[in-house]
Design a binder for this molecule. Structure first.
Ligand code: PLP
Length: 406
């Protein structure tokens, strides 16, 4: 029989968060090793349970959730999303503009599939949450990375973004709050992005899944709230703010007056939404209770809250390692530390992640897995409790000491 090969479409795709290094970790676990997983923003295994009321609501509704729903989703959760967008001050969103999905991930892929012809370009941040680069490539598009500037708290470099716009550019992706850097963008930065989109007639795709995971009293502005005209597509969901990623429940909202010029695109979106029939119905049922219920995420990020304490501890422990520097995240669940290349001359950061795993049993993700251009960063989550984090970062510190002595 002929060898069965993967499609060429996958040649450019990378998703290292669940890539070869985590696969090695899985094999090590099978051999009996205990691995500390700092590679993925999966909250429940670290004891961050979803709010009881969401779980209760899903259980109660389970008997009514066996049928397909409308392909855009059930009425009540979409109404709840509509109300949420109103709270976020996004204007003129109707029920028709709201799509529910199996997590934001499904909708991200759908939004790119409906948009891109071969060779169309999309501006994607570097570093990015790699699903975005992958979704653009899979859809036949060309991801063009604009740099986020570590010296400027990881804000997007607007000049770089501007330089990379060509006649083929269709859209700009903005991940705010950001994964992997934990940055939260101020309104001035968002307004500059909007101005570029306005001038060049680009769509803004705004991934705002961490919009409630905020530290130090900062607030989040939805980029769609800052412009009435530009066509924006905003993504959010239950995975992070409600610790419910396994329920696979997310949404996508279309806004901006210019959506009147996007009827054909919206037709395509509707067709793709119909083709996958609907998002899982139990996950849809959870949305209304989540958005309307007690916002326990606020307790986790408030002074004394577990996430805030762990963010501070991770920042301290990483900053203490010689040659490691990190911008303190204002939001989300991640840090993206820099390894000074003079002290750690790493040529291949995947190899670095393998060695770290083998020696310390700690799993991280190398920076190039986030489409970062040089092998001098890595990403960790600060989800383990304080004792486990002391243990994990202690192991990383000892490994780095050994690396310096090589
Ligand atoms: N967008 C970002 C920036 C993420 O970090 C993640 C998950 O980590 C997702 C989207 C995926 O979210 P969901 O679980 O809703 O598919």
């Amino acid at each position: 029989m002929r060898p069965v090969q993967k499609s060429n479409k996958l040649n450019e795709i990378c998703y290292e968060i669940r890539g070869p290094v985590p696969e090695k970790a899985r094999l090590m676990e099978e051999e009996g090793h205990k691995i500390i997983k700092l590679n993925i923003g999966n909250m429940q295994p670290f004891g961050f349970d979803p709010p009881d009321e969401i779980v209760h609501d899903m259980i109660v509704n389970l008997p009514n959730a066996a049928g397909y729903t409308d392909s855009k989703g059930l009425f009540a959760p979409r109404k709840a999303v509509m109300h949420y967008t109103q709270q976020k001050k996004v204007a003129n969103v109707t029920m028709d503009d709201i799509y529910l999905g199996n997590g934001a991930s499904e909708l991200i892929v759908m939004s790119m599939n409906a948009l891109l012809n071969n060779g169309d370009e999309v501006l994607v941040p570097a570093p990015d949450y790699p699903l975005w680069t992958a979704a653009v490539s899979l859809s036949g598009g060309k991801p063009v990375h604009y740099v986020c500037d570590e010296q400027q708290d990881w804000y997007p470099d607007i000049d770089d973004m501007r330089k990379k716009i060509t006649p083929n550019t269709k859209a700009i992706v903005v991940i705010n709050p950001n994964n992997p850097t934990g940055a939260l963008y101020p309104d001035e930065v968002l307004l500059q992005i909007i101005e570029l989109a306005r001038q060049h007639q680009l769509i803004i795709y705004a991934d705002e899944i961490y919009d409630k995971v905020l530290y130090d009293g900062v607030t989040h502005t939805s980029i769609a709230a800052l412009c009435d005209d530009v066509f924006c597509v905003t993504f959010n969901g239950l995975s992070k703010s409600y610790r419910s990623c396994g329920y696979r429940s997310g949404w996508m909202v279309l806004s901006g007056e210019n959506k009147k010029y996007a009827k054909d695109y919206i037709w395509g979106l509707n067709m793709l939404a119909s083709m996958r029939l609907c998002a899982n119905a139990p996950g849809q049922f959870a949305i209304q209770t989540a958005l309307g219920g007690y916002q326990s995420i606020n307790d986790l990020v408030a002074p004394g809250g577990r996430l805030l304490k762990q963010r501070d501890l991770a920042y301290k422990l990483l900053s203490e390692i010689p040659g490691v520097s990190v911008v303190k995240p204002k939001a989300a669940l991640y840090m993206f530390p820099r390894l000074d290349p003079k002290i750690y001359p790493i040529a291949d950061d995947q190899q670095f992640a393998y060695e770290l795993l083998e020696e310390t049993k700690v799993l991280i993700v190398q920076g190039t897995g986030f489409n970062w251009h040089s092998p001098d960063h890595f990403r960790v989550v600060f989800l383990p409790n304080s004792d486990d984090m002391e243990d994990a970062f202690g192991r990383i510190a000892r490994f780095m000491e050994g690396y310096r002595k090589r």
